[in-house]
Design a protein around this ligand. Sequence first.
Ligand SMILES: NC(=O)c1ccc[n+]([C@@H]2O[C@H](COP(=O)([O-])OP(=O)(O)OC[C@H]3O[C@@H](n4cnc5c(N)ncnc54)[C@H](O)[C@@H]3O)[C@@H](O)[C@H]2O)c1
Length: 340
Amino acid sequence: MKKLRCGVIGLGRVGKMHFENMRHIPEMDIVAVSDFFIDKMDDWLSKMNIHHAYQNYHDLLARKDIDAVFIFTSTDMHEEIVIAAAKAGKHIFCEKPLSMDIDEEAALNVLRAVKAQGVKLQIAFNRRFDPQFRELHNMVCQGQIGQPQMVKISSRDPDLLPHDLIKRIGGLIFDFTMHDFDMARFIMQDEITEVYVKGNTLIDPTLQEIDDVDTLAIVLSFAKGGYGLIDNSRRAVYGYDQRVEVFGSEGMACADNVSESTVRYYDKDNCHMKNPLPDFTVRYRTAYLTEVNLFIQAILHDEPVVCTGEDALLAQRVAIAAQQSLKQGKPIKVPTGTFL
Ligand SMILES: NC(=O)c1ccc[n+]([C@@H]2O[C@H](COP(=O)([O-])OP(=O)(O)OC[C@H]3O[C@@H](n4cnc5c(N)ncnc54)[C@H](O)[C@@H]3O)[C@@H](O)[C@H]2O)c1
């Protein structure tokens, strides 16, 4: 079997999760890893049977026996590491978004470097590969919904993140709603032209100290005239809550939240069912595996990747406009047009 030889950079909350999923994929060999805090990971490295581990990611990129790298570092490092990886001639799978910047020049620099080196870049908008959301997308593409007129997304995390993590991966809009902007584009098959955001700190007022919010209500306008509604919360006390509905001229389709079990128990007073899944690591396990498998296939068979750097930039454009809308309290136009 042809195998892709890979390196993994960034072994924090998300990197370790991806690694533990990916190591079971038969068509890839994880040759080496890198993390800034690699010295503190001896036990985990030996449990995962990893023999080549570097503190400096440049040492991993210098290896000639690595074809592709997976970048799972905090967002503040994506721009620098993706550019270095492209210059080293590696294909790249990177967590979203491409940069932390609130203007798109940094993300554009990344796309230019990738294009100049002719390597492949896939972005980890994993929710596109969730079986339920993929089914909604397919229904829209096959015309079952008719002309899509409205997408509604509820996206709620189970609990707050530490402030120091938020500083490295971005606040609610850049870290979390970014996925919903991509999902809205993916489901509507259209570009977002305007965004209007209301946000507050209803759960943790101290978030104001780092210029963040925990609750958002968002209205989107699309190029073909449709609309989108997104609600976000950092704390849903019942667990991870991810729902999408699309409504159009020929019907409506909705993907409900996913629970541990579909069994409902009725007694004389109430109906009981299991809580939703606890968090993203469990809810999107299949999606994480699917996106990585598709990336490997794209490289092994020299096909286009399924979720591109341009997709990342388009979602980031909406996020940048959303930040402005939140600050200015009015709708903000999202720039359209070519990038490079
Ligand atoms: N797709 C998803 O479902 C999802 C969910 C959560 C977070 N994310 C994204 O995943 C990324 C990582 O988030 P996280 O919560 O795991 O952050 P984290 O801080 O827990 O982990 C980041 C890791 O990267 C390492 N790192 C940072 N700079 C480095 C460098 N120069 N060289 C080597 N290693 C370096 C850190 O030491 C740390 O271990 C973020 O971009 C975030 O937006 C995606």
